[in-house]
Ligand binder design. Structure first.
Ligand SMILES: Cc1cc2nc3c(=O)[nH]c(=O)nc-3n(C[C@H](O)[C@H](O)[C@H](O)COP(=O)(O)OP(=O)(O)OC[C@H]3O[C@@H](n4cnc5c(N)ncnc54)[C@H](O)[C@@H]3O)c2cc1C
Length: 309
């Protein structure tokens, strides 16, 4: 256990928009703040090609990610925050502190922990409504340029990056056949009026290699029991994501971690809370709010350290 980590007032896990907003709020309260990030400051922002719903006039995710990285660097230079580049695996809440276990089995302690680890990409092997050959890997839709596609492109899932992709390539002429299970129906409203989209409600999809030639055979079971086979030149992954929950968090059946079900020293912020709150601006608001909730619940009490600051 490192001595500075034991002295942290607050540990923030994940430095996406939620985690960085949490760090800004924590340092504004003069809390000794440690941010733990496994990969890149900015998180999913690095994959968002166009943004139009965040304050500040940012038009791409990477621009905003760069600004957030600069915010954290400034806090580090002022010795108000420490950024640890490592992977966290577990959290636990106790009467007078909270603990974070890292993947090298070190334990960091603090008055409270905000977990903002977001979500991880689902693969066809994770989706019970898709059967695909061993080793089948479909490229992510959001990373695919329209120049490489034909009108026989099939997309697995109707997750939100579909709308972002259509906005990023407003002149893309391709037709995308979007195969989606009942659980994705609510996500289709945003794209159903785009003439490049063919929505295909399915109950199951089976993907095989054709006997001759390139591409894939996509067998679609419709919801009324019909089976139809299509020849696809590309099958793209737009299945969505699963919560990147740390061990020790209380999870709902769908794997998400609502903040009000956790120990009072542990708060959840950003995409990890629910499939329905996955936006940059809500992630930022929830990160700041999570820190305030910890501050009032655990640090302003007589034994809390924040009270002395
Ligand atoms: C393709 C795409 C397009 C999108 N378009 C838009 C859009 O136009 N508008 C919009 O508002 N939203 C959009 N979103 C959603 C938006 O990106 C997310 O809502 C937002 O990034 C969530 O922020 P977050 O901080 O909760 O999580 P993330 O951004 O996912 O950040 C989580 C961070 O935690 C780190 N982490 C994860 N696990 C660990 C661990 N165990 N230990 C340490 N660190 C860990 C990750 O490395 C990551 O940096 C889009 C998302 C995608 C994928």
């Amino acid at each position: 256990m490192t001595s500075f980590a034991c002295d942290a007032d607050i540990l923030i896990v994940g430095a996406g928009p939620a985690g960085v907003a949490a760090a800004l709020m924590a340092t504004s309260l003069r809390l000794r703040t440690v941010v733990v990030e496994a990969k890149q400051v900015g998180g999913k922002l690095h994959t968002v090609s166009t943004v139009e719903n965040v304050p500040g006039g940012w038009s791409t995710g990477p621009q905003l990610a760069q600004a957030l990285a600069a915010d954290l660097e400034r806090l580090e230079e002022d010795h108000r925050c420490t950024l640890l580049r490592t992977h966290a695996v577990a959290v636990s809440g106790h009467e007078d502190h909270a603990e974070l276990t890292l993947d090298d089995r070190r334990t960091l302690t603090a008055q409270a922990i905000v977990v903002a680890t977001g979500v991880a990409t689902l693969t066809p092997a994770d989706a019970s409504w898709v059967t695909a050959p061993d080793g089948f890997a479909s490229p992510p839709l959001w990373r695919t340029s329209p120049d490489t596609l034909t009108d026989r492109t099939y997309v697995l899932g109707a997750d939100r990056p579909l709308g972002t992709w259509l906005r990023a390539y407003p002149k893309a002429p391709n037709t995308l056949h979007v195969l989606h299970p009942p659980s994705d129906d609510y996500k289709t409203d945003e794209v159903r009026d785009d003439e490049r989209i063919r929505l295909v409600p399915v109950s199951h999809v089976t993907i095989t290699k054709p006997t001759y030639g390139e591409g894939w055979v996509v067998e679609v079971d419709s919801r009324d029991g019909q089976r139809t086979a299509y020849a696809a030149t590309a099958v793209l992954n737009n299945l969505g994501a699963k919560p990147a929950a740390l061990e020790g968090l209380l999870q709902e059946e769908d794997g998400y971690c609502p903040t009000d079900r956790q120990h009072e020293r542990i708060r959840v912020a950003g995409d990890l809370r629910s499939a329905r709150y996955q936006r940059i601006a809500t992630a930022q608001g929830s990160g700041a709010e999570a820190v305030l909730a910890c501050y009032y619940a655990t640090m302003l009490q007589p034994s809390g350290r924040g009270a002395a600051r």
